[in-house]
Each structure stands twice: as C-alpha cells, then as structure tokens.
Design a binder for this molecule. Structure first.
Ligand SMILES: Nc1ncnc2c1ncn2[C@@H]1O[C@H](COP(=O)(O)OP(=O)(O)O)[C@@H](O)[C@H]1O
Ligand SMILES: O=c1ccn([C@@H]2O[C@H](COP(=O)(O)OP(=O)(O)O)[C@@H](O)[C@H]2O)c(=O)[nH]1
Ligand SMILES: [Mg+2]
Length: 237
C-alpha cells in the first residue's frame, strides 16, 4: 500500500542538486528511493537516519485551519511548511509575468494551472535543505495531483484532511483579517463549490489508497493539535 511511483524523478534531481557534495550517501538514498519501485512498510516514519523525503499533503476547505496547524507541526516536528497559496501570493507580489493571471484566478476562487503551482513547489523543495515537507492547500484538483505525481515522481506518505462544516469555514475566513483578496463572501462561496467539486475527489482518491487521516477541525486550536500530534507521533520512528 505504501508504494512510491517508479518513474525517474525530478524530485530526486531537485534533491540531488540541493545536497552538498560531501553528502554522497544522502544523495544516493534519494536515488534509491525515487528511481526504483519499492514497497515501503506502512510504518516507515520521518525520523529515520536515512533522511528519505517525507511528504504530507495538508488538505481541507478554505478556513478549515490548515495553515494554523501546519505552523504547530513545524514547531514540533521540524517539517518545512510549503503553503501553495502563499507561494502563489509571493509570485504575485514579485511582479512575475504570471502574477496578473494568478491574481485573477485567486480572486475568482479558481485553480491556478497545475504546472505553475507544481513548479513553485518544486523550487521551494529544492531550496529548502530539508527532507520533510508539509504541502498545504495542494493538490486542489485531480489534475493538480496527477501533475505533481508526474513531475515530482512521488506520492505523499500520507494526507491530513481537516474536516470542517461550511458555516464554520465561512465564519473563520471572514474574520481572518489578513487583507486577502479572496476573503470575502462572494469569493468564499465560489471557493467552497470548487472545494467540493475538485478537491474532495483528491481526498477520496487518497482515502481509497488508505493514506488519509481525517481530523475533526472543530474545536480550539489546541484540541485540534492534539489529534494532529497523535498522528505525527505515530510516524516519528
Ligand atoms: N480551531 C480554530 N478555531 C477557530 N478559529 C481558528 C481555528 N484554527 C484557525 N482559526 C482561524 O481561522 C482562520 C483560518 O485559519 P487558517 O489556518 O488560515 O485556515 P486555512 O489555511 O485552512 O484556510 C484564521 O484566522 C485562524 O486564526
Ligand atoms: O494549489 C493551489 C493552492 C491555492 N490556489 C489558489 O489560491 C487560493 C488560496 O489558497 P490558500 O491555500 O492560501 O487558501 P486557504 O485554503 O488557506 O484559505 C485558492 O482559492 C486558489 O485560488 C491554487 O490555485 N492552487
Ligand atoms: Mg491557508
């Protein structure tokens, strides 16, 4: 069940180029894991001395608490937090030639073309120097998922799904106060529809593969983190 995809991986190349020359063994491990098909035991964790890449997708509707809980996971477990939305917003503010298109897409609550987002994630992975990643708010569609798996040559080790009722998500987004162009009632309604139509199928896909940990996202931040903690502690080997 914990099978990684077989193709030659650009994730491997990414790690390869970011690893210092004197860490040949480290580099070799990535080759071993990502260029061959390996049955990995279900209990494989993220603290092994091999430092093999460990990827968690963090999914849930807008306002379900993904970013808030990712910050806590980083503190406790040393993951690198890559919020796809933050990477896209950074791209807008960096005056990139794709900025205007990304801004329009976000305002409409739609999904940015997969190759744009995957490339940003890939670059962030390459420059992180880490091997444990929380990929927050991505993949948002089956097309996103397929593009990630094809380009990176890797699947997530597991998926966290923050399950939150819509009225609670709307309440949280409207009081988020981060000056985001999409935190308004019109866009949030569109985003909720996009979540159900395009993002839930991704969660169902990984659920059928036995990779989803569902979290009840209603409660205090600390109550929710207790559930998260139990899951991550089980992978700390
Ligand atoms: N458990 C919680 N209860 C109430 N509000 C929360 C909770 N977790 C996060 N929030 C708040 O809700 C808003 C959305 O949280 P955020 O982490 O940005 O969600 P997401 O990344 O899923 O959109 C933020 O203002 C955050 O402070
Ligand atoms: O992989 C992604 C992640 C985000 N977005 C866009 O960025 C917006 C904000 O995403 P973010 O994850 O920041 O929102 P959150 O769920 O945290 O409120 C989304 O509605 C999309 O328009 C996207 O197109 N692809
Ligand atoms: Mg977020």
């Amino acid at each position: 069940m914990w099978r990684r995809v077989a193709s030659h991986s650009s994730l491997f190349s990414a790690f390869k180029s970011s690893v210092p020359k004197n860490q040949a063994a480290y580099r070799f491990k990535f080759l071993e894991v990502f260029s061959t098909e390996i049955e990995t035991p279900a209990k494989e964790g993220f603290s092994s001395r091999e430092r093999v890449p460990f990827i968690t997708f963090v999914l849930g509707g807008p306002g379900s608490g993904k970013g808030t809980q990712c910050a806590k996971i980083v503190e406790s477990f040393g993951f690198t937090h890559l919020s796809a939305g933050d990477l896209l917003r950074k791209e807008i503010s960096s005056n990139s030639d794709k900025g205007a298109m990304i801004l329009d897409t976000i305002k409409e609550g739609k999904i940015v073309p997969s190759e744009v987002t995957v490339n940003l994630i890939q670059r962030a992975i390459e420059s992180s120097g880490n091997y444990k990643f929380l990929i927050d708010g991505f993949p948002r569609s089956e097309e996103n998922r397929i593009a990630f798996e094809r380009i990176m040559g890797a699947e997530p080790n597991f998926v966290l799904f923050f399950d939150c009722p819509e009225d609670e998500m709307v309440k949280r987004v409207l009081s988020r106060n981060q000056g985001r162009v999409d935190d308004n009632i019109d866009t949030i309604k569109k985003r909720l529809k996009v979540f159900v139509a395009l993002n839930l199928p991704v969660i169902n896909y990984y659920s059928e593969k036995g990779k989803v940990h569902k979290i009840n996202a209603v409660g205090t931040e600390d109550e929710i983190f207790e559930q998260v903690l139990r899951i991550f502690s089980a992978y700390e080997s």
